[in-house]
Design a protein around this ligand. Structure first.
Ligand SMILES: [Fe+2]
Ligand SMILES: [Fe+2]
Length: 140
């Protein structure tokens, strides 16, 4: 079951960034699907760990670019990253107690966040920096 699908509206206009964003979507789908299929705690923990790691690496990459380029909206952009990480950690904490709810929360959170963050903060950032972004993620 695919919970979130890539849509053209998510594009920030840089293929390397779009590639990383698509990889993150896949990690979200894997974690949410594992919850819905009642996979073992170990498997779910691993997938959430992969998701949190992937998102953290991507955010760190963007934040480094913002710092080194003197980007004028670093604080606002970084705060939005931190907001997502906080909510994601909350979902990880409660997923053992109410897995169906967690999966719905995860899908809703990420779809809202993708539309909101990618189409505003990321699009502005990458339009301003131009196409010099190097992806950290390797094709799987
Ligand atoms: Fe961002
Ligand atoms: Fe991003």
């Amino acid at each position: 079951m695919v919970m979130l699908k890539w849509k053209p509206v998510f594009s920030v206009g840089d293929p390397a960034v779009d590639y990383e964003h698509r990889q993150l979507l896949e990690l979200v789908n894997k974690a949410a699907q594992a919850i819905l299929e009642n996979k073992s705690e170990e498997v779910i923990d691993q997938l959430f760990g992969d998701l949190l790691h992937g998102i953290s690496v991507h955010f760190a990459h963007e934040e480094r670019l913002m710092r080194t380029s003197g980007y004028d909206q670093l604080d606002t952009h970084k705060k939005d990253h931190e907001r997502l990480l906080d909510v994601l950690r909350d979902i990880m904490d409660c997923q053992r107690h109410a897995p169906q709810k967690s999966s719905k929360d995860l899908a809703k959170l990420l779809s809202d966040w993708f539309i909101g963050h990618f189409s505003t903060h990321d699009t502005r950032l990458h339009n301003k920096l131009g196409p010099h972004y190097q992806t950290n993620m390797k094709p799987s």
